[in-house]
Design a binder for this molecule. Structure first.
Ligand code: FHN
Length: 458
């Protein structure tokens, strides 16, 4: 048998072996993914409690995309700029005015109970000293420093939980299939070995982030490009929980997360999830975009925030710092205004539960955990009375949060022979109003009871 034939046979055998191994791996991962769907809900309820109580987080998209003020990662993926042009921004990322204590103090002042920072976006540039490759702000930019640990340290000094945003997508990594919108490096099914090398890489980064920063919360992104089996989502979840069983994971790990993350779109009906968080930009962009002056006003952010909380969710409000580490003044101002409103009215959001069903009150509401206190959120100028329908309880006291003004109320239309409650009219004098959203605190005679019928005799 000549050498050539022998070599040919060996390489064929190798290819067969590779496929057999891949098929076994696939069967293994499918069966484990079936197991993973039985994540024990009781085992996550207690560790999710801080998240359920927290209501407000601050999202931070910090990356080299701030240098030119362009779309994070998407600008080269969508070919608005060449990849080489995009990566030139590495040279301009200095963090020379980065002040993690100032960031943490501002986040604290906003009233937020947690913060989530990008450790790596789809562009593959790590915002910390990764040992898995050389593409990081430590090794490849003038910043020459990790920005995650200093921030986490300052946040934890202020009892603020720390979240790590991690993009599963890595359009820069040579063994990652995806690259530009219309071109990819390879197909996973054509080269499992190459895909395995990428998996070892990104899972290695997850291990090092766990070890270096011990995140309270993991905010995965980009899971849409591959399946749970291909990502090995179950294994990723186990890597995290084996390091810290109390870590919570967002719902962008192809079915292996703990809570849902609707993005930019506001729910009208209450989402059915146990836990969910609306993530939203402060203007229209996640990263620093000096040309985007479409800033949401404090009134808009506070009404969106209270609406999300009323529907049983959280708000993760995003800021996009500059490449030098400074935060745009508009974002500083809005976080301060939000914080001032939270100082006046925080009792009605933090540590509460979602409010009463729609129809009883024309606005957001929340309840104390024992439901003996009902909070009504009245947006804008009130001009007299607000109305509450179907309340069976006796109201013992009504206070305007912030001004602490005591209010009276009138029951209208209660028929003596009917069990159906009358309407509650509450007069709110102009002087008691909040400049954004006025909160009325109703102390009830016990856990709330509501009538939701159609008013008929039966
Ligand atoms: O593609 C990303 C996007 O750049 C940004 O990071 C948002 C934030 O939630 N997540 C992805 C889009 O859903």
């Amino acid at each position: 048998m000549d050498k050539k034939n022998n070599t040919l046979r060996i390489s064929t055998n190798y290819k067969i072996m590779k496929r057999i191994i891949a098929v076994i791996a696939l069967i293994g991962s499918v069966s484990s993914s079936l197991k993973a769907q039985t994540i024990d809900p009781a085992s996550i309820k207690s560790k999710m409690q801080w998240f359920a109580d927290a209501k407000l987080g601050i999202f931070i998209h910090s990356g080299i995309y701030a240098v030119n003020g362009i779309d994070e990662s998407w600008s080269f993926h969508n070919k608005k700029i060449s990849y080489a042009g995009y990566m030139k921004q590495l040279k301009g990322f200095t963090l020379d005015k980065y002040d993690p204590a100032f960031w943490a103090e501002l986040i604290k002042e906003s009233g937020a109970r947690y913060a989530v920072i990008t450790t790596k976006h789809h562009d593959g540039v790590a915002m910390y000293d990764t040992r898995m490759n050389n593409l990081s702000i430590v090794k490849a930019t003038p910043a020459k420093k990790d920005m995650v640990k200093p921030l986490f340290d300052e946040l934890r000094k202020r009892d603020i939980k720390c979240g790590a945003y991690f993009s599963l997508i890595d359009w820069s990594y040579p063994d990652y299939p995806g690259f530009l919108k219309d071109s990819s490096r390879y197909k996973v099914e054509d080269d499992y070995g190459r895909w395995d090398r990428f998996r070892s890489f990104f899972q290695g980064q997850i291990k090092e982030i766990s070890n270096k920063f011990n995140p309270d919360l993991w905010w995965f992104d980009g899971d849409w490009e591959h399946s749970a089996e291909q990502w090995e989502s179950e294994k990723v979840r186990q890597i995290i929980l084996s390091h810290n069983s109390q870590s919570i994971i967002n719902g962008r790990l192809q079915g292996y997360g703990d809570y849902e993350t609707p993005e930019q779109n506001f729910p009208v009906s209450r989402p059915k999830y146990n836990w969910w968080e609306l993530c939203m930009t402060t203007n229209n962009n996640w990263g620093y975009h000096p040309d985007d002056t479409n800033w949401k006003t404090p009134y808009e952010i506070i009404t969106i925030f209270t609406d999300a909380v009323s529907n049983g969710g959280n708000l993760l409000l995003d800021i996009g710092p500059r490449a030098d580490g400074t935060i745009p003044q508009e974002e500083i101002d809005v976080l301060k205004e939000l914080g001032a409103w939270n100082k006046r009215n925080g009792e009605s959001v933090f540590n509460t539960v979602g409010g009463i069903p729609q129809g009883h009150f024309y606005g957001p509401t929340t309840l104390s955990k024992d439901s003996t206190t009902l909070y009504l959120f009245v947006q804008g100028h009130i001009n007299g009375n607000v109305t509450l329908k179907g309340l069976m309880n006796k109201i013992e006291d009504i206070t305007v949060l912030g001004s602490q003004e005591k209010l009276t109320h009138k029951i209208v239309g209660k028929i003596s022979w009917s069990a159906i409650p009358g309407l509650v009219y509450i007069n709110v004098p102009e002087k008691a109003e909040d400049k954004y959203v006025t909160v009325l605190k109703l102390k009830l005679d016990g856990p709330i009871k509501l009538y939701a019928g159609h008013g008929g005799l039966n």
